[in-house]
Ligand binder design. Sequence first.
Ligand code: 13P
Ligand code: SF4
Length: 322
Amino acid sequence: MFTTALRPQDLSSLPPDDLVAAIHALKQDLNAVILAHYYQEPAIQDIADYIGDSLGLSRQAAAIDADVIVFAGVHFMAETAKILNPDKLVLLPDLEAGCSLADSCPPAEFAAFKATHPDHLVISYINCTAEIKAMSDIICTSSNAVKIVEQIPAEQPILFAPDQNLGRYVMAQTERDLVLWPGSCIVHETFSERRLIELKVKYPAAEVIAHPECEPTLLRHASYIGSTTALLNYTQTSPQQTFIVATEAGILHQMQKQAPEKQYIPAPPTGPCACNECPFMRLNTLEKLYWAMRDRKPALTLPEEIRQAALKPIQRMLAMSA
Ligand code: 13P
Ligand code: SF4
């Protein structure tokens, strides 16, 4: 039996510290580990055992010895953890936490596209469904995509899916011609070049740093491009004091924690919305995390043949980026 049993209706009256204490108690009861992506709300980042980018989270998931993985991220991330850990309980606080990029690559259409390129090696960005992974030869993330493509012989044609912006960035870095699936992320395509230029004029000493999921028109203003972990590390090591950060705004929490004396300005979206916050990532809340652990659901499940087929390209990625 679990030692902590708050009812959902009790939560609204709970001081946040009690909720945090309740989650810690459940973690002990379940022998659970909480993995969180940098795009989670700050309160979730602060309670996580490990925070990272997609590659770091996959590496963690591959090495976990807890019984339960609570994945504070989006569906494809929790799914990857489940692919790597079929016998563990993998919980996602909100099953609706999807990804516009993963959704932009439906399996049936992708299978037809792949069939028209039979001699191509398929390299898929980890932001895709298990079905797409199962049709891929190698998975990559934003932190190892260039390194992985560089390891493929020059004469081998490559089909790259689903993010066309990351694909174009990899093409520029490797000077390789890739066939691209035309997918993209709604968050990284929201940044306004015009408003970014206005910000650069206002803060002439600021350095623009960006995630490779951004469009080329945005990336051309960036003096550093990298995954969320790479961007975070860059702000710590760069002598610059002010950064304009073009990725989901959740990463600013870690930047502020690790170097509070510096200034981080989120790159401006096109409209007056908070669209530089991923609406899928932000579906997770501390309350939902608590409920998921208390009720041991929602849990990730996968057909075994898909899981096995999706595991191979993930293992290839981990071996190629060791
Ligand atoms: P990374 O975690 O590789 O930086 O990718 C960001 C992202 O969009 C995850 O959905
Ligand atoms: Fe998907 Fe974009 Fe959200 Fe990342 S930020 S989870 S790519 S919608």
